[in-house]
Each structure stands twice: as structure tokens, then as C-alpha cells.
Design a protein around this ligand. Structure first.
Ligand SMILES: NC(=O)c1ccc[n+]([C@@H]2O[C@H](COP(=O)([O-])OP(=O)(O)OC[C@H]3O[C@@H](n4cnc5c(N)ncnc54)[C@H](OP(=O)(O)O)[C@@H]3O)[C@@H](O)[C@H]2O)c1
Length: 330
């Protein structure tokens, strides 16, 4: 497994990382152990969870499974989304983040978390409060690196600016959604991260299972996340997604690779991406996803696959700059 630096931290993480969102939910304890073992056997050293995944069970299982070799893995968790009914059991306030971090450490059975993500931008909390709170957790030895997820590029750069002014730890990584059907990150987030040396750890490489071969304009499984989860159904409601899924399957057949592996390789093929988070409910799915490591994602192949979905418009709306009529090029 290839490793790369996590932004400018000097820490090396595997190019394919494992997301433990299924632990304690779609995957019971035994299946979670099998998934963890298969990920480790494949050379994965970077594991992702969150306090809200299956009400904390994901963190508990990951903590137990990594207990014997905590110094050989990089463990990331997150806070922001509601962990209880109380009005303050959510968000990125100092009040919640300190409690959330301590609760995550208890569940993980660790003294510190390696990478701590702010799971979403908090529109209600002053950003300086959030960043000062996580900085205090860094100084208390509870967090090694601070990161964010689901932030817009302007929110990341604003946070980097505040951190630089205040002497706080910079955000070392961002975690956006990124796959062939969801390409918004290409417009601002990925170029920003490349320019500023911020790591990009992408999630949902197979669009919640749509890009694994089981979904298509004439194919629809009976079970699985996309059949039962309203949030994902809403996110991927566009019928054009199924046509693109058909196209990916055709290219995968042509190359004799699994469509799930090709979807992962496509996401990881963007030069700004550090690691791609894999999500699976069982070791069979994980094995198919891991096939991505053997796919040579050339510029041509990436463009061929990318042509299946619309490229998002540029941030400036100067569409002509993608053509020969680019009067601003240097
Ligand atoms: N920061 C965030 O807000 C955020 C959000 C989401 C995820 N994440 C992280 O990113 C990780 C990966 O994201 P994700 O789970 O959304 O990834 P994904 O690849 O988009 O979806 C994974 C799901 O697709 C299906 N699948 C995967 N491989 C398959 C295969 N070979 N054949 C058939 N179906 C297959 C499985 O669901 P079914 O069997 O149910 O169809 C699996 O649980 C998560 O574990 C989590 O750590 C972060």
C-alpha cells in the first residue's frame, strides 16, 4: 500500500484509508473485526470514525480492534453532529467539543486522538471559539492534529487565517464528499488544498454504493444503504446518476476491473487527493474496493471516466477559460 504525507504534518497515511461508519451498525462486532483485519492486511494504517457513528459503537469497536498496536495506526474521529437530545449536545462550541472529545477518548480507550475533525462548519458558534477550544485540547495532549470535514473552501481558509493570527495549530486536512457523481470539491476545495498544502481525505467514493455495479438504469438491489436511507436517497436523487453508473460499469467491464474499484481509483486519481476513505459492510465488499490499488489511473482513463458526468462550472463562471478562447492564460 502506498503511503503519502498527511498535508504538512510529516505523518504518513495510506492512500486508501478505512472508514468505520459500518462498525456496530451494518457490520456487527465479528464482521467489524474481519473488516479491520482485512484493511490492516492490505496495508491500511489510517482509520476514520466519528462520535455519532452508530451512537458511539463504531469508536468503541475501533478502539478495541486497534488496542494492541495503537502506535502503528493513525486514528481519526469527529465531532459536531448531535450526540444526545440536550440542546447543547451538538455543534462546535467549546462547551460541546470538550465533552465530545473526552467522550470519544473514553470510547476509543485512548489517551489521545491522532486526527480530530470538526465534522461540519458551525454557523452559530464564533469560529475563534471553536479553534481556541480545539487548540486547548491539543495543548492538553488530547488531540494531535486538527482537521475539518464538509467545510467550504472559504471556511477552511478563514480557519487557517484565524489559526495563523492566533498561533493555533493549522487545520492539517479536509474531508469532503467526492466521487464521480459529486464533483463540487474540484471547483474550490481541491485547488485550495493543493495550493496551501492541506491534505484531502475524501469520503463516499462509490456514492453510497451507486457506483459498485449493483445500481444502474435497469438494475436496483433490494437491500442496502440507498434503498433504506432517506438522507442518501435525497442526496443521490438525480436519475442521471444511474445512467452515469451504467457508463462506469461499461468501462469497468472493458478494463476487466470491478466498478467499485474503478470508482475508488477515479476519486484517488485527482492530484489533490491524499487518501480515499473506503466504506464497506463486509470483507467481500472491501476486497472489491481494495482492487483500486492495482488500477493505473492515467490522465486519459480519468478523463474517459470523468466524461460520464458534467464537470462542475468554474468558480468564476468564466466557462470560456476551459476552451481555446482563454485570454487570461499565462
Ligand atoms: N465526513 C463525513 O461527513 C462523512 C460522510 C460519510 C462517510 N464518511 C466516512 O467515509 C467512509 C466511506 O464513506 P461511505 O461509506 O459513504 O463510502 P461509499 O463507498 O460511498 O459507500 C459505502 C457503501 O457502499 C456499498 N458498497 C461498498 N462497496 C461495495 C461493493 N463492492 N459492492 C456492493 N456495494 C458496496 C455498501 O453499502 P450497502 O451494502 O448498504 O449498499 C457500503 O457501506 C465512512 O465509513 C466514513 O468513515 C464521512
Amino acid at each position: 500500500m502506498e503511503l503519502g504525507f498527511l498535508g504538512r504534518t510529516g505523518v504518513k497515511v495510506s492512500r486508501l484509508a478505512f472508514g468505520c461508519m459500518s462498525f456496530g451498525g451494518d457490520a456487527d462486532a465479528e464482521t467489524s473485526a474481519a473488516l479491520y483485519g482485512a484493511a490492516r492486511d492490505a496495508g491500511i494504517n489510517f482509520f476514520d470514525t466519528a462520535d455519532v457513528y452508530n451512537a458511539g459503537r463504531s469508536e468503541e469497536l475501533l478502539g478495541r480492534l486497534s488496542a494492541g498496536h495503537a502506535d502503528e495506526v493513525v486514528i481519526a474521529t469527529k465531532a459536531y453532529f448531535p450526540t444526545g437530545k440536550d440542546a447543547n449536545a451538538r455543534g462546535a462550541s467549546r462547551y460541546h467539543l470538550v465533552r465530545a472529545c473526552e467522550a470519544s477518548l473514553r470510547r476509543l480507550g485512548r489517551e489521545r486522538v491522532d486526527v480530530y475533525y470538526l465534522h461540519r462548519f458551525d454557523d452559530a458558534t464564533e469560529l475563534t471559539e471553536t479553534l481556541r477550544a480545539v487548540e486547548d485540547l491539543v495543548r492538553a495532549g488530547k488531540i494531535l492534529y486538527v482537521a475539518c470535514s464538509n467545510y467550504a473552501a472559504w471556511q477552511v481558509t478563514r480557519a487557517l487565517g484565524v489559526a495563523a493570527l492566533e498561533g493555533f495549530s493549522p487545520l492539517c486536512a479536509v474531508q469532503p464528499m467526492y466521487n464521480l457523481l459529486k464533483r463540487q470539491a474540484e471547483v474550490e476545495l481541491l485547488p485550495m488544498a493543493q495550493a496551501l498544502g492541506v491534505a484531502v481525505v475524501t469520503y463516499s467514493p462509490t456514492a453510497g454504493g451507486l457506483l459498485t455495479g449493483k445500481w444502474g438504469s435497469a438494475r436496483r438491489p433490494d437491500t442496502g444503504r440507498m434503498t433504506s436511507n432517506k438522507m442518501y436517497q435525497t442526496r443521490y436523487a438525480d436519475p442521471a446518476h444511474l445512467v452515469a453508473a451504467d457508463g462506469l460499469v461499461a468501462i469497468a467491464d472493458d478494463l476487466s476491473v470491478h466498478p467499485a474499484a474503478l470508482a475508488v481509483a477515479w476519486a484517488g486519481g485527482h492530484p489533490g487527493v491524499t487518501s480515499v476513505l473506503l466504506g464497506a459492510r463486509d470483507p467481500g465488499q472491501l476486497g472489491e474496493l481494495l482492487g483500486a490499488a492495482a488500477i493505473a489511473m492515467t490522465t486519459e482513463l480519468r478523463a474517459r471516466i470523468g466524461a460520464l458526468t458534467p464537470e462542475p462550472p468554474p468558480a468564476t463562471d468564466r466557462t470560456e477559460e476551459k476552451s481555446a478562447n482563454n485570454y487570461g492564460s499565462r
